[in-house]
Ligand binder design. Structure first.
Ligand code: FAQ
Length: 388
């Protein structure tokens, strides 16, 4: 067991940064230790090893993130601004080591944190049905899906950490109501059909947004989206498969599927956020290429792909104004109930309070796990220090 660290250059960088190895490991919460060995992402690797590591999502981020680089060089910097502008204009990726305007950094943190919180809070509505899934196969699929959402949350928290803010800080902001999560997860899951509808509509909406986000300008966010999208498409298919079974079943099963559609259609459309004209961040986020399509354009894309799927399932869309515009070849819907949307966003949805209090309780109940993991990480660092 040996720390593969100090090349002279890296040692100098550490000195300049003023962080000891122990400090860096603490900041990173011990995630850099694999198999009792320190993995330094800045260290050149053989091609074979790079390939091997590229297959593991956790390592992909590590390769990209050099903790010894100057993450926090946020002072006004004309040269940095020019370089940043060039990166954006050339459609390249902004990386953690790059200078970036404070507003860009804050916006990326806000959006990635909100996205991460959504994945984590989003486990609750579906976890509600794990014990009641109708077959062992459906139960194991649902468990795998909920577990995937936890993983997505972790990728996104890790990506956010590359901007110098820890997962603990972000969770604390969520618990205190200072950061948001997607409005959709404040609605209750009342029947088994809701597992189908969440997969089909909620994951479906998430995918439409996230496929486009693969092209976002912040490198770690963009890369996190690639794997998340692959998993989300499995989620959408499992949802559609549940609804295929129900809509080709008994009258009671068909009615259950329709009732679920009636409750989730409009909240799914709300996931894309307010109209562009009401959106606070879209203009700036589009200019910085954090967002690559506006809220309304993404929503329209989702509607156009989903309406024919509903028809295929034999489900009625709960919108008397829905019509096909043959000129634009797009589906036109009635108006979203924006009062409902803003009430949910501001904390007054059907389950906002329950979702947060459940999350806080889970966090508190998990204190002993975190203490154990930190003690283990400290021990590993001690062993590395001794062997250095
Ligand atoms: N819910 O100026 P904009 C998933 C807020 S992942 C709550 O347009 P922006 C996977 C917004 O924060 C689903 N709040 O904002 C899964 C802002 O408030 P602030 C999550 C919302 O950021 C499936 C204000 O309104 N996906 O489902 C919502 O430019 C199944 C003004 O809005 C993402 O987060 C909303 N729906 O555009 C998991 C994707 N909409 O911060 C489990 C990444 C808006 O100024 C089970 N995020 N607000 O106080 C995005 O693409 C964007 O953040 C938008 C909003 C499009 C959501």
């Amino acid at each position: 067991m040996s720390a593969s660290l100090p090349s002279r250059k890296r040692g100098q960088k550490r000195e300049r940064q003023g962080r000891s190895l122990r400090e860096v490991l603490r900041i990173l919460g011990g995630t850099w230790i694999r198999g009792n060995r320190l993995e330094n992402p800045a260290e050149p690797r053989s091609e074979g090893k790079k390939k091997l590591l590229a297959n593991e999502r956790s390592f992909v981020m590590m390769i990209e993130f050099d903790p010894w680089s100057t993450v926090k060089n946020r002072d006004i910097d004309d040269e940095g601004q020019q370089k940043f502008d060039d990166i954006i204009a050339a459609d390249e990726k902004v990386e953690p080591r790059d200078w970036m305007p404070e507003g860009y950094r804050a916006t990326v943190i806000r959006q990635m944190a909100q996205h991460a919180h959504s994945e984590v809070i989003g486990m609750q509505p579906e976890a509600n049905w794990i014990l009641r899934a109708p077959t062992l196969l459906r139960k194991s699929i649902l468990i795998a899906k909920v577990q995937d959402e936890a993983g997505h949350g972790l990728y996104l928290y890790s990506a956010t950490e590359t901007l110098g803010v820890s997962r603990h800080e972000l969770e604390d902001l969520l618990h205190r109501g200072r950061q948001k999560y997607s409005s959709i997860f404040n609605y209750p899951t009342l029947s088994w059909a809701d597992m189908g509808t969440i997969g089909w509509l909620v994951d479906g909406a998430a995918i439409v947004n996230q496929i486009v986000l693969q092209g976002t300008s912040y490198g770690p966010y963009s890369r996190a989206m690639v794997k998340i999208c692959k998993e989300e498409s499995f989620h959408a298919r499992q949802g559609f498969s549940i609804l295929m079974a129900l809509t080709s079943g008994s009258d009671a099963q068909k009615a259950m599927a329709q009732d679920s559609m009636d409750r989730w259609w409009w909240p799914a459309l709300m996931m894309f956020g307010p109209h562009d004209s009401e959106s606070t961040h879209t203009e700036e986020s589009m200019a910085w290429k954090i967002k690559r399509m506006s809220n309304d354009d993404l929503r329209q894309k989702f509607i156009d792909q989903t309406v024919p799927q509903a028809h295929y399932l034999g489900l009625k869309i709960p919108d008397p104004e829905l019509r096909f515009d043959s000129e634009t070849e797009q589906w036109r819907t009635g108006e979203i109930d924006w009062d409902e949307f803003w009430a949910v966003v501001k904390g007054d949805g059907p389950l906002n309070r329950e979702r947060i209090s459940h999350k806080v309780r889970a966090w508190e109940d998990g204190a002993w796990v975190r203490a154990g993991a930190s003690a283990y990480a400290d021990k590993q660092v001690e062993m590395l220090d001794k062997s250095a």
